[in-house]
Design a protein around this ligand. Sequence first.
Ligand code: PHE
Length: 342
Amino acid sequence: MDLFEQLEQVRTEALDNLVTIDSQVDLVTWEKRYFGRKGLVTQQLRSIGSLPQEERKTFGQRLNDIKQELSTAYEAHAQQVKLAEIEAELASGAVDVTLPGRAVAAGHLHLTTQTLRQIYGIFAKMGFEVYEAPDVELEKLNFDMLNIPAYHPARDMWDTFWVDEQRLLRTHTSPGQVRVMRERYPEPIRVILPGKCYRYEQITARSEHQFYQVEGLAVGRNITMTDLIGTLTQFTRMFYGASRTTRVRSSYFPFTEPSIEVDTDCILCGGKGCPVCKYTGWLEIGGAGMTHPVVLQNGGYDPDEWSGFAFGLGVERPAMMKYGVEDIRLFYRNDLRFLRQF
Ligand code: PHE
């Protein structure tokens, strides 16, 4: 029998064998027998060398066709075997439909987003709606309209990323106050303005050059400091726990008069003093005050008729205290080992 006849024989034998196979194991054996390193088809390729030159091409072509034919037949048959096995499994009742399904891997909200939503929820209960103002802000709104003229030393309180001569990345959410007032006049206002702020600062475990704030603004006919302190005390209790107390210190902001700073008794030591509160017993939660008459005016509200309060709360710092996060930089690192803990 010459090499051509042998080749045809391998083909017929392989096809005949294949159709009798009914298990995965036998499929593997079949593949090895014909296509393995020492398989029968593989050997045919080696025998080309012993053919006279003029027959090699024809032989090679036929061999290729056969290889193609066999592997197509193999794929088709393997598919059938697999289906038959699944059917057999189903028929034998081996599928346990009461087993729990495979969980789909799903992400979850970032700790900052979770915290923001908690804050929205608390203020929503007190009648505040969410108002969004842009991150890239006019210098005029970030400073001038908030009673901070160019020469004013208070500008030094905020180191600034400039975009061009007139625009900057807002250093606080307060410019949104003027935007809301101009849009809502002459309605009374009760909004919170959440968003990212940017300051040209050294990055450390306690300060980032980007961070979130939630601004609050209420404008009405008879709004007093009592309303402000009541609102922030209520917020503190709902955010940190019902037993929290707050204290108010006098402070200075150009856009509020009078201005205060609000603290809560340290959630970790309860006021006794610990490293988190730097042994003061108090944690700062934000700046606030009664809307400055000039700012009311810039927003279109007559300060003789209207009054208002404003506050600015941090977001990452309270989350750090509440969840025991020691480094603010973790909020911006996208490290799943951190993110998955919340
Ligand atoms: N904008 C102030 C800051 O970023 C906080 C603040 C907001 C103070 C509103 C008073 C009223 O420091």
